[in-house]
Write a protein that binds this ligand. Sequence first.
Ligand code: NAD
Length: 496
Amino acid sequence: MTFEPAAASRAPRLLRHYIDGEFVAGATTFPNLSPVDGTEIAQVCEADEVAIDRAVRAARAAQEAGWRSTTPAQRADWLQRIANGIEARFDDFVAAEVADTGRPVTQARTLDIARGIANVRTFADLVRTAHSEFFETHAADGSELINYVTRKPLGVVGIISPWNLPLLLFTWKVAPALAMGNCVVAKPSEETPGSATLLAEVMHEIGLPRGVFNLVHGHGANAAGEFLTRHPGIDAITFTGESRTGSAIMKTVADGVKDISFELGGKNAAVVFADADFDAAVAGVLKSSFTNAGQVCLCSERVYVERPIFERFVAALKTQAEALQVGAPDDPSTTMGPLISRGHREKVLSYFRLAVEEGATVVTGGKVPQFGDHRDHGAFVLPTIWTGLPDTARCVKEEIFGPVCHIAPFDSEDEVIGRVNDSAYGLAASVWTTQLARGHRVARQIETGIVWVNAWFVRDLRTPFGGTKLSGIGREGGRHSLDFYSELTNVCVRIG
Ligand code: NAD
């Protein structure tokens, strides 16, 4: 299967599940529409409970048949083959991601697919070099004991991922799950089934044992996603998506007391002190607010700027936001693509209207661009900046997940830390300052899982990743992923 960019190809394809080493169709399908112009790019099979059950049973059988007994070195070799397989079909993956999301081709090449490959290679390296804990114990009765920790696979892991960075977030979970000896049943978002289907093709091409990796397509609530989380044969669920979906999944898995790892929503803040490198801060906030049309969980929708530079900062960000080229992915001048769907655009536009009702000043954007061509059937909005809202406004409190930020002035370090932390979410923050001590001081007081100082979206894959409060449960990344995807057993041996 070869994908073309949405604008270039109009022939719908059938995207099938991959269960027990075979591509299988389902009884029903749904259309996958281009966010660029609304045309149909594929028909996608919808997994029913029978298909989910088959996939979970296949994963369990593969686990018992020997995947759980493979050595870390063998699994690392498999992961390297998977990474090589993605690399060999790099252009197909780029085209699939671009078709599903409408993002600029350059971004798909340099971020999405490149990071997908890096995820797989990183976990190959990590599992090869992982080591164990060891403790010597002197008991009260004078005896000596040693403790060491062994890792075992969890079993069958259910993986549910979102649409905003499809292959990147999918591999972020598939790779460590396989690395630790688990078999998986993975469901990509119904909005972005393309690159996951290609990944299944890669698994097939490299001869990964049947049932180790199973792909099921479909929707979430009362559909494939929920059937997967409800299935008693799943040992753990790892989920990235909206906080309220996380909450629904948590209720579903509660009866089975299953392991969960949740990477959820955010309402992230950027804090710009007057002592910041002004140009670097403007460029950084431009990126953090508008990358991927604001559809990165780490994007900053709340920007706090110290009062002496507030007006200048707003003017500079406005100029740069207006210079972004909103358009189709096949246009090389495009720097910002559409939102994922018309449905998501409705949500974002409802916040554009709400902001005005709540008293915002629209500095720029706040509406749909008019192209006068096929793109008017797509899901585009303009990059948008607001000022003038109180911290209590819904537009400052709720995750919008679009190319939009609200900029507010602040007067002191303590004040801004309090305002940043006054959020139901706690995923990420960025701080812009040239004062070294201030950067560290503020970072340690911010209640998020990630804080960048004079940077944004730089992710060393060995570091912990995750959020506090509504933004998630647990951490993945590096050894934290190895911990989540394995069962630890402490072995305690009397030696004297
Ligand atoms: P979503 O929660 O609507 O859907 C995510 C996945 O969950 C999809 O595959 C969907 O089919 C499935 N799903 C939906 N309802 C389900 C249910 N009841 N049971 C089982 N599965 C269900 O999220 P989305 O709109 O695809 O993605 C955007 C959201 O993801 C944003 O909130 C964003 O902040 C968040 N996100 C978080 C991170 C992170 O690392 N913290 C990363 C990326 C995206």
